[in-house]
Design a protein around this ligand. Structure first.
Ligand SMILES: [Zn+2]
Ligand SMILES: [Zn+2]
Ligand SMILES: [Zn+2]
Ligand SMILES: [Zn+2]
Ligand SMILES: [Zn+2]
Length: 248
């Protein structure tokens, strides 16, 4: 995408030009054009466009999610609030929530694809294609591999089960049952909720504990200290004077 002074500016009449992004006419003088394109409103509109999949194409403002050229009177912010655009936004967020799908490549360029981080591939960013992708066996399997080390899930000798360190329990080794355990098991979810509450903004990391089966400690980055991973010990530590006085 070119982003020079004339980005978004098109000819209008002998004496005036038009800014497609801001829906305004400007006198056709370099100074006026520069003043406009350096202005806050123009810059804000460009940011909104980039965040929302609107591009400058053939001297028009085109919305990729809505697949249409925008009306000349329709402002960028008004379009974002419009029903069709807002519906798309809500639907795509719903579909991609927790799925490691990056929408930025689609929203910020002419590309028609989003990027799936776990499958490491481009996917056409239509609701239908995204929906079938996130439900595909390959994607679910890749999501699971990504989530295992974040959830304390480990392979065991027999291939029929996996071990959840957090719950000290065995779970059937299928993509669906493991994902169900991670998303829906009450004990599992509660442990994470309680832990996250406890370590929020405390610089305490569970990462190594969850990813390594034999690790018994969590790590306090602020104190450069290992703490045994149980609620009581972590609670004592984050309330201890040494931790509280240690600002890292
Ligand atoms: Zn403008
Ligand atoms: Zn739109
Ligand atoms: Zn994928
Ligand atoms: Zn568990
Ligand atoms: Zn500490």
């Amino acid at each position: 995408m070119k982003k020079g002074v004339l980005y978004g500016i098109v000819a209008s009449s002998k004496t005036r030009v038009r800014c497609v992004f801001c829906r305004v006419h400007i006198p056709k003088a370099n100074k006026c054009i520069e003043q406009h394109t350096n202005g806050a409103k123009h810059k804000d509109n460009i940011i909104l466009m980039t965040e929302n999949g609107m591009i400058f194409r053939d001297d028009e403002l085109y919305c990729k999610p809505c697949k249409r050229v925008m009306d000349e009177e329709e402002s960028v912010s008004k379009h974002i609030d419009s029903e069709s655009h807002a519906n798309w936004q809500a639907a795509i967020e719903d579909l991609t929530d927790g799925e490691y799908i990056q929408l930025e490549p689609y929203l910020t360029s002419e590309k028609e694809e989003a990027f799936c981080e776990v499958c490491k591939k481009d996917i056409n960013c239509s609701l239908q294609v995204i929906e079938s992708h996130v439900n595909s066996i390959v994607h679910r399997g890749n999501i699971l591999e990504k989530l295992k080390p974040l959830n304390g899930i480990f392979a065991v000798d027999n291939d029929e089960e996996v071990y959840c360190k957090v719950c000290d329990a065995y779970v059937d080794n299928t993509v669906q049952t493991i994902l169900e355990h991670i998303d829906d098991d009450e004990e599992h979810i509660e442990w994470f909720a309680e832990m996250e509450d406890l370590i929020e903004e405390q610089d305490v990391s569970l990462e190594r504990y969850l990813a390594n089966e034999n690790e018994v400690n969590v790590y306090c980055k602020r104190c450069d200290l290992e703490i045994i991973c149980d609620i009581q010990s972590i609670e004592n530590h984050v309330h201890s004077e040494s931790h509280l006085n240690n600002l890292g």
